[in-house]
Design a protein around this ligand. Structure first.
Ligand code: FAD
Length: 464
């Protein structure tokens, strides 16, 4: 068996993956590679992701390779790799008074952090998702299926998922990969549980991508060609290069990808994100974005150094502002109950200030694939009740293995947002302290051994 799931001989676990985002797709690929019959139920009519940039650490890429080497190969084929020996640079976005000063490292560079295992590879989100979609066989995903409830009745051999079109689906296990506003989390914890809703981090993001030459003209060569963050009071501007490139797709897949942008810029682009503190509540807590005018950015950076003060000009006149929500105020007390569990942002939605929200979901995906593979390998020996118990145990093990890590990530990510915005008490505006704090956190991000919390019994046989 392999990517096509059950080979028809060995009994196969049926897994319902709720949500076909980055983590749902990756989890389904990893499960199918292990001979598990994973089917994605996605509420949207087709694959959809925004055309923004994001990136994965070298540590996350190592876990990705264990999930399925094809996923890493895909990422490698569409992403902008950082040069070996380069570093992340943090510039003072506030004080330099002239463009020359702003581009002069001796005057404006606050500090650099070495890449080590961070070593981000940047790609375009929609391209990565579409590429993963092409790795899944026909029939591994059902669109237009919004989960509304599920029954996890002990008497039944399977969990029954109900969708808003009145249809149902059965599976041995239900994995909620349905993102920050997860329905699965609400059902698993109960609608009244505080963790059933994500909280506003009181920060917002304004994102765009521009051709590299435009980015260089605005920020200078040294800045635009590297991963750089510009720090200042109450806001920061993060830039890094991403590559956008067409992926050859089989015609059937290409037809399904209705959201793939028709006017595609290709080549190296500069991904830009302004993050800003916002004292007011977000206008609509159920939406990720609200319409915004670029004049908000003009106002935000008034009085900053010249490149920052002019950055609004690179944004479209009408755009959206992203509310940054996370689970920091009300983290789930568990990621699993019965035969259902939470994976990816559904479990530990984080602010993006450590840049590893999806990387943390990759870790989840590897752990859940490993644990379910062990149950699958033992399936012949497990009768109805024993199988249910084995699955419940596996999901509890998953939750125990992931809970502290998820919480650590969203907690420290919030701290880093404060640090970038010069609002974090322990570091203030001191570059040396900021550097030390960041390096301490990055080290914890990339040296974590994802499979270490599992016992040999949990993992009967790993996948090379
Ligand atoms: P999602 O991407 O939210 O996918 C959830 C899917 O579930 C969607 O397709 C949705 O339609 C579907 N769904 C929802 N409800 C239902 C339902 N009831 N029934 C069926 N389907 C449903 N992370 C990084 O590692 N690196 C970065 O550089 C990075 N940059 C970021 C920048 C910003 C500005 C932000 C906000 C986040 C960033 N992140 C980054 C975090 C990353 O975006 C998320 O961690 C990641 O997208 C989570 O993926 P997911 O699949 O868990 O959830």
């Amino acid at each position: 068996s392999g990517i096509n799931g059950n080979d028809g001989v060995a009994p196969s676990l049926d897994v319902a993956v709720v949500g076909g985002g980055i983590i749902g797709a990756m989890t389904a690929i990893g499960l199918r590679r292990r001979g598990i019959n994973a089917v994605i139920y996605e509420r949207a009519p087709t694959w959809h992701e925004v055309s923004a940039g994001f990136s994965f650490t070298a540590a996350a890429r190592a876990w990705m390779e264990q999930i399925d080497p094809a996923v890493l190969e895909l990422l490698g084929s569409i992403s902008q790799k950082t040069d070996a020996g380069s570093s992340n640079a943090y510039w003072n976005g506030y004080h330099p008074r002239t463009r020359e000063e702003a581009e002069d490292a001796s005057k404006s560079l606050l500090f650099r952090t070495p890449l080590n295992n961070l070593d981000f590879w940047g790609c375009v989100r929609s391209q990565f998702l579409n590429g993963m979609a092409a790795l899944l066989p026909e029939g591994a995903v059902r669109f237009g299926k919004r989960l509304v409830s599920y029954d996890d009745d002990e008497q039944n051999g399977k969990v029954l998922a109900h969708f808003d079109d009145g249809s149902t689906a059965e599976a041995h296990v239900l994995l909620g990969c349905d993102g920050i506003h997860s329905t699965t989390r609400r059902l698993l914890l109960g609608a009244d549980h505080p963790a059933s809703r994500a909280g506003f981090s009181h920060t917002v993001a304004y994102r765009t991508m521009v051709p590299m030459d435009v980015g260089i003209a605005a920020l200078g060569e040294k800045v635009a060609r590297n991963a750089c963050n510009h720090l200042g009071p109450g806001a920061d501007l993060l830039v890094y290069p991403v590559r956008r490139q067409g992926i050859p797709l089989p015609p059937a897949q290409a037809l399904r990808m209705l959201t793939f942008p028709t006017k595609v810029m290709s080549g190296t682009l500069l991904n830009m994100a302004v993050f800003a503190h916002e004292a007011a509540e977000f206008p609509d807590p159920d939406k990720m974005t609200v319409p915004a005018a670029r004049s908000e950015l003009e106002q935000l950076f008034r009085g900053w150094s010249p490149p920052l003060a002019d950055i609004w000009k690179l944004y479209p006149e009408k755009m959206v502002k992203w509310g940054i929500f996370d689970l920091e105020q009300n983290p789930p007390p568990t990621y699993a109950r019965g035969r259902a569990c939470l994976v990816g942002d559904a479990a530990h939605a984080s602010t993006p200030y450590l840049g590893v929200g999806a990387c943390t979901g990759v870790e989840d995906a590897l752990v859940i694939c490993t644990l379910l593979q062990a149950v699958q390998q033992n399936m012949k020996a497990l009768g109805g009740d024993a199988l249910r118990d084995a699955l419940t145990d596996a999901l509890q093990t998953y939750s125990r293995a992931r809970l502290d890590r998820g919480r650590w990530i969203h907690h420290h990510s919030r701290d880093m947002g404060q640090l970038y915005h010069w609002r974090y008490g322990p570091t203030g505006r001191d570059p040396e302290r900021m550097k030390r704090k960041l390096e301490e956190n990055w080290a914890a991000v990339v040296t974590y051994d994802v499979l270490a919390p599992l016992q040999p019994d949990d993992v009967r046989s790993g996948m090379a």
